[in-house]
Design a binder for this molecule. Structure first.
Ligand SMILES: [Zn+2]
Length: 189
């Protein structure tokens, strides 16, 4: 499947989710059996840990269809990038979606600033560039979108595996924004 075909499937799945017409049925024992010997996910999602933003539901996918990495603020750190590299290099997945979402708590915390302790400080540092590149009166959701876009660029800058795959046209990276109220995923580029 090309990255264009993958994107189309994500769009179609999200449309079903938005319209309350989920048709994902392949989550039973026979589907599990069919996946024992390997996986072939058609898209990679770098999403937030937020319980309200579940990629497999938002895109109405079956078991084994999405390679999902979730971390608060959908940031590109060493571990999340390494996970994405695995899917690019070994599973030959062609599409990466960086999925930010409305009212993200991690982005809100980063904008608020202050000392949040070692671990959270480390995570929030990855969101700081998006704040720096947003205007003074930018809303949280504006920063969320900027963060998704910069993270998409970061994946290329911080990973030779991903950079090479993008340069050869094998892989495409798209930033996206999830609306909590409608369930709609807005693709940003
Ligand atoms: Zn979030």
């Amino acid at each position: 499947m090309t990255h264009k075909e993958s994107l189309l499937r994500l769009r179609e799945g999200n449309a079903r989710f938005v319209e309350d017409h989920l048709d994902s049925k392949l989550q039973n024992s026979s589907r599990r059996d069919s996946l024992i010997n390997g996986q072939k996910p058609y898209a990679i999602i770098l999403g937030c840990a937020d319980s309200r933003v579940v990629p497999e539901l938002a895109f109405d996918t079956d078991l084994g269809e999405l390679f999902t990495v979730r971390v608060a603020g959908n940031i590109a750190n060493t571990s999340s990038i390494a996970s994405l590299e695995y899917a690019v290099a070994h599973l030959e997945t062609k599409l990466i979606v960086v999925l930010g979402h409305q009212s993200c708590g991690a982005v809100t915390a980063a904008v608020s600033g202050g000392d949040n302790g070692n671990n959270l400080n480390h995570l929030l540092d990855h969101i700081t560039p998006a704040i720096a590149e947003s205007s003074q009166d930018a809303s949280i959701n504006d920063v969320v979108k900027k963060n998704a876009e910069l993270t998409a660029t970061d994946l290329i800058n911080k990973s030779s595996i991903i950079k090479n795959a993008v340069e050869t046209g094998d892989v495409n990276i798209i930033a996206a924004y999830y609306h909590l109220n409608s369930g709609k995923v807005e693709f940003l580029n």
